[in-house]
Each structure stands twice: as structure tokens, then as C-alpha cells.
Design a binder for this molecule. Structure first.
Ligand code: PLP
Length: 378
């Protein structure tokens, strides 16, 4: 049987409504109750004595940064807490000080808002890594920018590359480094999912803590290699400017999540593996391609064994626009009681299914049976 088994006690760690199959941890995450309790305690502390609390925030942030950096296997001096991956992408791309001749290579793994952030700043060229993702798009490269039509303009001057890491990531990063190309890695899902999220030493790397690392919403990190740190601006001017890009405004977004929740949370998925250490045991639920692939009209996309998300292409007629994708997502939620991600593409979008320790076999089965009915309706 290919449906993942239940993780004992997993659902009890969360406050998710039992009538909804939450198969979309990858979008917004879900906060385990012990983490939520710490979060509430910090908010209460801030309410009780704002002066004492906020004056202590910089030191607590520095301490939390040290623990998070150790967990990710990186240098705390190059790590900044940010609100989300998209904010980190903007900070990284701004630090590159791109000019009119620059070109950003993005892969077809690129996430919409991150690719859009790149396209706002320079011409982008999309490089296909997975032939399975291509239907009508040019298989090798597609160039576009808000100002110039595709495949026009002068000779490319490849400068950066933004991509999501997979098993080919470290090798690709090494090759790009040899060619003098600055690399920006979107590791939105890497913390808590990959044993070595920063493998391959990218120049810029960012990841969310509020997805697979179980932190409350608004918790993400940007890691910058030593040679680039001086060029990254602080997100806002603050009394903490001497901390450079690692500074936050003193009363900015609730510092509670940044002041220590991530590393204190429970680790029902797995511990990070240090280089040379024992292989961690993956205990998040893995929604196997075979399960969802059983619905006709869905094409499973390539995946890495042991990761907790699977993506499948939908039939060509579905989710061609953002509006269609949102409508399908809501129809699946209303009729099947399942929350999943639907992404749009002009030649037929896709569905992404996440598995977590709180998911039950019955939920995957319900989704498959429901999708089969929906797709048969056309
Ligand atoms: C690969 C990837 N990058 C970036 C993002 C954007 O993350 P955020 O909403 O934290 O900006 C997501 C969101 O799901 C994502 O999957």
C-alpha cells in the first residue's frame, strides 16, 4: 500500500480542525501547540512591560540567531531574521546592484513571487531543469522582462541564478561559482526538510522557518556569504543599524517569533544532520506520487524520495490562470474538504500536496477519490 501510515500523536500536537484535510503545510505551515504557547507567553511579556521587553529584544534576537544558525549549519554573523522568503529575495536581489546589462537566470522550479522579484530588477532567462515541467514552453531557455518581449535584446550576460535546491543543487552551485556567477537560492522549504539546507555554499540563501521548522508565521531567514554582507542593506533604518543587515526596527513586526520560538519548538519531523553525523530519520508523512497519481489526468512530476511534498501536473484545461487556479482550489476545499495548493500555468497548472505528522491515510485517500470524481466531471 502506498499511502503513508499515521504518525502516532501527530495530530494532537496541532489545533487543526479535524473536518478539513490540511494537505498544504507547504504554503502557510501550521504551528504546534507547544510553540504557540511560547509565542503567547512572549506576547504576554511584551504587553506586561513593553520597555523591558523591547529593550531586551536585540540581545534575544542575537541569541536566537545563534541557535538557528547552528541548526542550519551556517554562520550567525551572516544570518538575518526576515518576515518571509519574498522579503529575503528582495533584499538579496537589491544587494546585487544590477544594471541594464545584467541578466538573471532562473530555473523552471522558480516560485512565482521570487521570479517576479527578479524580473522587476533585470532581464530573466528561465532555464528548464525538468523536462517533465515543459509542455509547450521552449525546453532550454525562455527570456523575458517586463520591458522587452521574449527572446530579444543583446547577448546575454548571465549574472545570477535563483533556484530551489534539490539533489543537483550543490553541484550546480559549485559549477556556477567556478564561472564567477553569483548565486541566490530560494530554500523556502529547506529548513526542517533538508538535513543540510545550505549545502553548496550559495552566495545568498533564504528559507522559511514557518513552514517545516514549525515557527509561527512571519519567521524566515536570509543567509549571506561573507563577501556580500556589506552590500545588503538593513530592511529599515533603526537604532540597531550597527548590526548591519541583521538589524530589525525595535518595535517592528512582533519579535516573538524571532526571539526564540523556532529552535525551541518540538521536532516531530527530524533533527538536522550535521556533516558526518548519523542519517536522520524522516518522520514527516510523505505523500507519494503513486497515491495522487492514481487520479486520471494527473501527471506526477519528478520528486526526491523522503521529502514531504509532491507535485503533479493537472490536465491542460485546468488552472490556466490565477483565477482558475483559485477557483479549483476553493472547489476542492468546499467539495472534498481538502486544502491543497493549486498553481496556474497557461498550458495547465499543477497541484501540490504536502504531508505532515498530523495527516492521516484517510485524508490522502479522500483527496484521491474526490479528485477522480472532479476530473471525470471535466
Ligand atoms: C519555493 C517557494 N519560494 C518562496 C515562497 C514564498 O514564501 P513566502 O510566502 O514566505 O514569501 C514559497 C511559498 O510557498 C515557495 O514555495
Amino acid at each position: 500500500m502506498s499511502t503513508p501510515a499515521a504518525f502516532p500523536g501527530g495530530a494532537g500536537l496541532f489545533r487543526l480542525a479535524p473536518e478539513v484535510a490540511h494537505l498544504n503545510h507547504g504554503s502557510f505551515g501550521a504551528v504546534p501547540t507547544p510553540v504557540a504557547r511560547v509565542h503567547q507567553d512572549l506576547l504576554a511579556e511584551a504587553a506586561a512591560d513593553p520597555d523591558a521587553f523591547f529593550l531586551g529584544v536585540p540581545d534575544r534576537l542575537a541569541e536566537a540567531r545563534g541557535r538557528v544558525a547552528a541548526h542550519l549549519g551556517t554562520d550567525p554573523e551572516g544570518l538575518a531574521f526576515v518576515t518571509n522568503a519574498t522579503e529575503a529575495a528582495g533584499l538579496a536581489l537589491d544587494a546585487l546592484r544590477l544594471d541594464a546589462d545584467d541578466e538573471i537566470l532562473v530555473t523552471d522550479h522558480g516560485y512565482g513571487t521570487v521570479v517576479a522579484a527578479a524580473a522587476r530588477r533585470a532581464r530573466t532567462v528561465t532555464v528548464a531543469l525538468d523536462p517533465a515541467l515543459c509542455r509547450t514552453r521552449t525546453p532550454c531557455a525562455r527570456r523575458c522582462s517586463p520591458d522587452s518581449p521574449p527572446d530579444q535584446g543583446g547577448p546575454p550576460r548571465p549574472h545570477q541564478l535563483a533556484h530551489r535546491p534539490d539533489r543537483r543543487g550543490p553541484r550546480l552551485l559549485a559549477e556556477l561559482r567556478e564561472r564567477g556567477i553569483t548565486t541566490v537560492v530560494d530554500g523556502a522549504h529547506a529548513p526542517g526538510m533538508l538535513a543540510e539546507p545550505l549545502a553548496g555554499r550559495p552566495d545568498f540563501w533564504f528559507g522559511n522557518l514557518h513552514k517545516w521548522a514549525y515557527a509561527p508565521p512571519g519567521s524566515a531567514v536570509l543567509a549571506v556569504a561573507p563577501g556580500h554582507r556589506a552590500r545588503v542593506p538593513a530592511p529599515v533604518p533603526s537604532w540597531e543599524d550597527h548590526r548591519g543587515f541583521r538589524a530589525r526596527s525595535s518595535t517592528g513586526p512582533p519579535p516573538t517569533t524571532r526571539a526564540g520560538s523556532p529552535p525551541r519548538g518540538p521536532r516531530p519531523d527530524r533533527p538536522a544532520r550535521r556533516r558526518g553525523g548519523p542519517r536522520p530519520q524522516r518522520r514527516t508523512r510523505t505523500p507519494r506520487g503513486r497515491v495522487a497519481g492514481r487520479a486520471p489526468g494527473l501527471t506526477p512530476l519528478p520528486y526526491t524520495e523522503g521529502l514531504a511534498m509532491r507535485s503533479l501536473r493537472l490536465p491542460r484545461s485546468l488552472a490556466r490562470t490565477q483565477q482558475e487556479a483559485a477557483a479549483l482550489r476553493e472547489e476542492i476545499a468546499a467539495r472534498l474538504g481538502c486544502r491543497v495548493l493549486i498553481w496556474p500555468w497557461p498550458d495547465g497548472g499543477g497541484i501540490r500536496i504536502s504531508g505532515q505528522v498530523y495527516n492521516r491515510a484517510e485524508e490522502y485517500e479522500r483527496l484521491v477519490a474526490g479528485l477522480r470524481r472532479l476530473l471525470a466531471e471535466g
